[in-house]
Write a protein that binds this ligand. Structure first.
Ligand code: SF4
Length: 432
């Protein structure tokens, strides 16, 4: 039996798709090469941006023929869009076998078990073969440590579709991290909507989690996304500074540089307090690279507000910024705020913002020339450095291995690097 997983949207969606595939893999499903040879398909949807939801819906429409060819095939639609528009999906596409909303992911193994028993006779014969424990993950390296969000940013659909925060126990996080290391993974990325708000009933927080993960043998590098500025306090700064394996890179979403807009977005910080956090981060971890998210054209954004965002981008000196044109998501507060801006104006502001942040990125890339980096290869030549940037090596290596290299140049968004002959062990940190 062959399984294909298609994930749309953010990295959490990709990680969820991987997690949902595990019970099927434990049942003996192997990876399908493509749709044609797949017996089961998990389509993991995202609803944070309209475009990702539209792409998922259009993909489901195209699957009618796939199901008609072999009606016994299993089609599972999961994720945030399944939560938000699940009823509509069931009615519109009656050939979907299972719709699993993002809030139901913890119950998914039970739901799946019932569906498998109905659908595949071998499942009846092998009832009990899967005991519910996760098998070892692959080397992808993503470990979801929490789900949901306790915030209410006015533009965001996540709290509605994923519910309040739920934290994975520390031992389960460490167990999956160790399993990743055992299967050859060198880099782990902890995922959560506000990943650094993780905590547990024993009073441990995200700083404790990082310190515990730092001790996992075989793991060479730890990343996390996306942190919320509110939870970037002294304990976390100390943990970042004192753990050897935490990557010297943080993606810290700012969203806007205007305090008026930040208030309307219901972000709980000001531009000044965010920049103060960035300064504290750089003081605690010298050489750390900081990237961000910015939104152009939020409802009611004036030219003055937008100028404040440009100013924040400059003063933050971000190595990269993911910039978005505000797009109203149905069901969010921001969708019905007065002062929605015309598309042309949003596009124009986005273009100005991109011009600024892309130039900053090129400057940061140029500053890396001649430095030594350690690249964990994702394929034979391309991988991630310990910082913000990806790198392409001049000579092929083995995917999954770490290679020391010297930066020789850049593209617009990545580094070019020369692999060094002898790679000393350990983690090489970027220096300013
Ligand atoms: S912190 Fe805000 S933007 Fe992030 S998931 Fe929660 S509500 Fe959405």
């Amino acid at each position: 039996m062959k399984l294909l997983v298609i994930s749309f949207g953010c990295q959490m969606s990709v990680a969820d798709g991987d997690e949902m595939a595990r019970p099927l893999r434990a049942r003996g499903f192997t990876a399908a090469k493509g749709l044609d040879d797949a017996d089961a398909l998990i389509l993991n949807t995202c609803t944070v941006r309209q475009q990702a939801e539209d792409r998922a819906v259009s993909q489901i429409g195209r699957l009618r023929r796939w199901k008609d060819e072999r009606p016994e095939r299993l089609l599972i639609v999961a994720g945030c869009a399944a939560e938000r528009i699940g009823d509509w999906l069931r009615t519109r596409f009656p050939y979907i076998d299972l719709v699993v909303g993002a809030k139901s992911i913890e119950q998914y193994p039970i739901i799946l078990e019932a569906a498998l028993k109905e659908r595949f006779s071998w499942a009846r014969d092998n009832a009990g073969a899967w005991d519910g424990r996760d098998p070892a993950p692959g080397t992808a390296g993503f470990v979801t440590i929490m789900r949901g969000c306790n915030y209410a940013c006015s533009y965001c659909i996540v709290p509605a579709v994923r519910g309040p925060e739920a934290y994975r126990p520390l031992e389960a996080v460490l167990e999956q991290t160790r399993a990743l290391a055992t299967s050859g993974g060198k880099e782990v990325t902890f995922l959560g909507q506000t990943v650094n708000s993780w905590r547990d009933a024993q009073g441990r927080d995200f700083a404790d989690l990082l310190r515990a993960a730092d001790a996992v043998a075989g793991i060479e590098r730890i990343r996390f996304m996306s942190p919320h500025p509110f939870f970037l306090g002294p304990r976390l700064l100390a943990a970042l500074a004192e753990t050897a394996k935490t990557a010297p890179h943080m993606h810290l979403p700012a969203q806007s540089g205007s305090d008026r807009v930040l208030k309307a977005m219901r972000r709980n910080y000001t531009a000044a307090s965010l920049l103060e956090k960035v300064r504290a981060l750089r003081a605690a971890v010298p050489g750390i690279q900081v990237s961000t998210d910015l939104i152009a054209g939020f409802p009611g954004e004036t030219e003055e507000d937008f100028s404040a965002t440009l100013r924040l981008a400059r003063e933050g000196d971000f190595c990269a910024a993911y910039c978005f044109r505000f797009s109203a998501r149905e069901g969010t507060e921001a969708a019905s705020l007065p002062g929605q801006l015309p598309d042309g104006l949003k596009e124009e502001r986005l273009a100005r913002l991109l011009e600024l942040v892309d130039a900053q990125t090129r400057r940061h890339l140029d500053a890396m020339r001649g430095r030594r980096v350690r690249v964990i290869l994702e394929d034979s030549t391309d991988g991630r450095t310990e910082g913000c940037f990806r790198a392409r090596l001049d000579a092929p290596g083995t995917p999954g291995t770490a290679v020391d290299a010297e930066v020789t140049g850049r593209t617009d968004t990545a580094l070019k690097a020369r692999a060094l002959a002898s790679a000393p062990s350990g983690v090489v940190s970027l220096t300013a």
